[in-house]
Design a protein around this ligand. Structure first.
Ligand SMILES: Cc1cc2nc3c(=O)[nH]c(=O)nc-3n(C[C@H](O)[C@H](O)[C@H](O)COP(=O)(O)O)c2cc1C
Length: 201
């Protein structure tokens, strides 16, 4: 069975540093034989979580928009690559907005107890975080990791790896970075190989 890889582009800037890095990852995954799809959050219609807590009662979100369709896609994928540039020390509003909308899955897991991802499931589902940042500071991605951990945990994915490149201001864009695009392509190939092996038992 073919490995399915879903790229989620959380940058409002089309074909900028982060989406380019994501594209390189997806090209690597495709070269390794995966079925690949990219969703650009900027093109979706969704609103932020209302905090109404209606999902606590039945595990369903009352807001029926593209966010729910995206979570359906995520849950049907073997690998997700969640991409966001660093905006004000964290992820973009577009991506945070989607992650919050996954609250209905949290309700299923922890309130209703109708959703449980066994260890074996998590092992077979790999999540990667892809990011770029302007500053040349080693800790510039630290503010993003907790929300990324949360979406992987909430959807049953192992937090498998990061593909992160800082100092974009000095490099004047990801295309001038000496290693990041190659690293992303290679990691795309590699994760598909790992998942293929797991699928074949
Ligand atoms: C609103 C905004 C906030 C930003 N905040 C930060 C920041 O806190 N730290 C940082 O290193 N870079 C910051 N940047 C720079 C971006 O992270 C960087 O240019 C990134 O590579 C942009 O990716 P993109 O081309 O995919 O949009 C910010 C950029 C914008 C537009």
């Amino acid at each position: 069975m073919t490995v399915t890889v879903l790229g989620i582009s959380g940058s409002p800037h089309r074909h900028g540093n982060t989406e380019t890095l994501l594209d390189s990852f997806l090209e690597g995954a495709q070269a390794a034989g995966a079925t690949v799809e990219k969703v650009v959050l900027k093109d979706l219609e969704y609103s932020p979580c209302r905090g109404c807590n209606a999902c606590h009662k039945n595990g369903e979100c009352v807001v029926k928009d593209d966010a729910i369709l995206l979570f359906d896609k995520i849950l049907a994928s073997d690998c997700i690559a969640v991409a966001s540039p660093i905006y004000t020390m964290g992820i973009t509003a577009e991506l945070k907005g989607v992650i919050d909308r996954g609250q209905y899955l949290w309700a299923r897991k922890f309130i209703l107890k109708t959703l449980y991802f066994p260890d074996e499931h998590i092992k077979h589902h790999k999540g990667l975080f892809i990011s770029t940042a302007g500053q040349n500071w080693d800790h510039v991605f630290d503010g993003a990791f907790p929300a990324i951990t949360a979406i992987f945990n909430g959807t049953g994915f192992e937090y498998y790896d990061n593909i992160i490149a800082n100092n974009m201001d000095e490099f004047k864009g990801i295309k001038n970075h000496p290693t990041a695009l190659k690293e992303a392509f290679f990691k795309g190939q590699k994760v598909v190989g790992v998942l293929e092996k797991l699928k074949s038992g």
